[in-house]
Design a protein. Structure first.
Length: 120
């Protein structure tokens, strides 16, 4: 059995991105949990779980991704309508940095040796 790269994104990468964004939006930009949740597409309870490390903790994002998350938070604060676009941009950035490929290899241990995603 193996996980598709898209499953790795959904189960590990998206929650980690949301966790980091929740931290930046609530701590640095002083948004309420409710407002941060609305921007991230989750409930205020989910934001609370991210901040208490009950969600989004299966992986640690590399520093370069965290820096991009800071940039995205700035964009989102200036224009809330760009939240989805910024999360999509972050997912592309993670893919470009091959962070998702490292995770795919970790969770699939040799199964996807023929992956053509440019990760090998």
């Amino acid at each position: 059995m193996y996980n598709l790269p898209q499953e790795i994104q959904v189960w590990y990468i998206i929650p980690a991105i949301r966790k980091e964004l929740a931290k930046v939006l609530t701590k640095k930009h002083k948004l309420t949990y409710e407002k941060a949740g609305a921007l991230l597409g989750v409930s205020k309870a989910a934001v609370s779980q991210y901040l208490k490390s009950k969600r989004g903790t299966a992986i640690t994002l590399p520093p370069e991704v965290k820096r991009e998350i800071e940039k995205s938070a700035e964009v989102i604060i200036k224009d809330e309508k760009k939240a989805v676009k910024e999360i999509m941009r972050l997912l592309e950035f993670v893919k470009k940095t091959k962070c998702s490929c490292k995770l795919c290899r970790k969770f699939n241990r040799g199964i996807l040796n023929q992956c053509s995603g440019g990760c090998n």
